[in-house]
Design a protein around this ligand. Structure first.
Ligand code: NAD
Length: 486
């Protein structure tokens, strides 16, 4: 029986590499049926603000699995990336990218005899990818970085489950919790919380800059690394470079209901239409999709044919021995088809059913799922940060801020770009035209939301208020950071 999946060809080189991959699947008699969906740049251009038709959305939601080519995000039209939207809307919370040394793909590490076999699991929904950005003044833009306990727990559990299935011994958490103490702090805290359920796996954390340095000097040290979205994005492209470039970087976006398989690379506009793109990354993504669907024998057969082809030195223009003639996309796919059934000399793969994840079973929920992991028994308002636009000096702003004080509040500090400039600071701290004024409650007072919005409203009579943020304390723990120098 054939399994039906949704396929989007994509833009640029997308249709060329997708056709090659589907030809290889056909040659191996993979029991899949494809429903091609309308998604991509031309659908943006035709006025579909999400970059896909309603029919495409419905098809993908019904089938639960999308195999997609890269898609272009039109620049400067105020539209969001369809790739990011698709991952977020359908809650494909884990982005898994496997990187390993491929014989025939020469890199500095393959030349040195260093074998790379590592998996990056990147959180796929949260972080700065919400794209929640505002200009507070014409000089100052701010972006919201959203990291949540439920989102972190979902992706971290996925990483540990995957590591357990595949017999990995170590899972690392890459982070920057030394600087972003609350956002990366939650991610790191959740990592060690979830790790308790996997005692056989060594769980450790590493600061992301140190991780990058170690990845480029000793990539063999790592097995599985889980990271937040933006850091994971950057680190996984770095890893693509370790194994031969974007042409070899597959990715799976896994959710509980819908999953998306695609290459890491984009539409390669510089080579689109020439028929010379390397289809390997999309093929590797397709192979992991076959495993995910339980078609493990086909996955192994095709992967062995790919490895055999690479070992033979057959290559597209973007890699391999430059002194030998390269083949085009179709030629590369045809070579793989001709090699189906052959085994590579090194690193042949088996159809290991027990280590593969299970495909989703689609159950359409009645309502949107909402998760709260850490309910609090007591939360109180400690004060308020009021962000204002001004070209006054810090002590002058303090004078304005003091005129709005009442017996419920005291003025704690003023900062500029996160650095305290009042009551103490340095004359060498350079300023921009956006300040934060922090008021906290006086002893024994219980503040209401009305109190803090009230003082902001009072302040707005004297100075332009750009935004307001409550200072919360959850079960006695402050839910806000201090200023540098505070
Ligand atoms: P890109 O990945 O398209 O290209 C970067 C470089 O790598 C180019 O020189 C390109 O020729 C080369 N390259 C990429 N894939 C290749 C392949 N399979 N074979 C041979 N060479 C390959 O990145 P970009 O130029 O920054 O982005 C182009 C467009 O793709 C943008 O519109 C971007 O938004 C989009 N994009 C989409 C996705 C996705 O669909 N998931 C991912 C990244 C970028």
């Amino acid at each position: 029986m054939k399994t039906k999946i949704a396929v989007a060809n994509g833009d640029g080189i997308g249709p060329e590499i997708m056709a090659s991959v589907l030809n290889i699947f056909e040659a191996d008699h993979v029991p899949l049926e494809y429903e091609f969906v309308e998604m991509g740049k031309s659908y943006f251009d035709a006025g579909h603000s999400t970059g896909m038709t309603e029919k495409a959305k419905e098809t993908i939601e019904n089938l639960g699995l999308l195999f997609k080519g890269p898609m272009e995000t039109p620049k400067g039209k105020g539209v969001k990336s369809i790739n990011v939207t698709a991952r977020k809307v359908w809650n494909t919370y884990a982005n898994q990218r496997d990187f390993r040394t491929l014989n025939g793909v020469e890199t500095v590490f393959s030349k040195a005899g260093t074998q790379i076999n590592l998996t990056i699991v990147r959180e796929n929904i949260e972080d700065t990818y919400g794209g929640i950005e505002h200009m507070l003044t014409n000089d100052v833009a701010v972006g919201r970085r959203i990291i949540t306990r439920p989102g972190s727990a979902q992706v971290i559990r996925y990483a540990f489950e995957m590591a357990r299935r595949k017999g990995y011994k170590k899972v690392a958490c890459g982070h920057k919790a030394n600087i972003m103490k609350l956002t990366d702090g939650i991610f790191l805290e959740t990592f060690y919380e979830v790790a308790k359920d996997y005692p056989e796996i060594e769980a450790y954390d590493i600061i992301v800059d140190d991780l990058c340095m170690k990845l480029v000097s000793h990539p063999e040290m790592f097995e599985v690394v889980v990271l937040t979205n933006l850091q994971g994005d950057i680190v996984s492209d770095l890893c693509a470079g370790l194994v031969g470039g974007l042409g070899f970087a597959p990715s799976a976006n896994i959710g509980d209901n819908i999953s998306i398989f695609e290459a890491v690379h984009g539409t390669a506009p510089d080579i689109a239409g020439k028929g010379i793109a390397n289809p390997t990354a999309l093929l590797l993504s397709g192979i992991s999709m076959l495993r995910y669907l339980g078609l493990t024998a086909h996955a192994a057969n095709i992967e062995n044919a790919l490895l055999y082809t690479l070992e033979q030195g057959i290559h597209t223009g973007d890699f391999g021995d430059r002194s030998t003639t390269s083949v085009n996309t179709e030629g590369f796919a045809n070579a793989i088809i001709a090699n189906l059934g052959k085994q590579p000399a090194k690193g042949s793969v088996q159809a290991q059913v027990d280590i593969e994840p299970k495909a989703n079973t689609i159950t359409r929920p009645e309502k949107n799922k909402l998760t709260v992991i850490a309910p609090v028994t007591k939360q109180e308002i400690q004060g308020v940060d009021i962000f204002v636009e001004s070209t006054l000096q810090p002590n002058e702003i303090a004078e304005v801020a003091k005129t709005k004080l009442n017996d419920k509040f005291k003025l704690i500090m003023i900062s500029n770009r996160g650095t305290q400039v009042w009551p103490t600071g340095s004359i060498y701290t350079e300023l921009v035209n956006e300040f934060r004024i922090r008021y906290e409650k006086t002893d024994g007072v219980e503040l209401s939301q009305r109190d803090v919005l009230g003082i902001a409203a009072e302040l707005s009579d004297a100075i332009k208020v750009c935004s307001v943020e409550l200072l919360m304390v959850f079960d006695g723990k402050p839910g806000y950071s201090l200023a540098q120098g505070q």
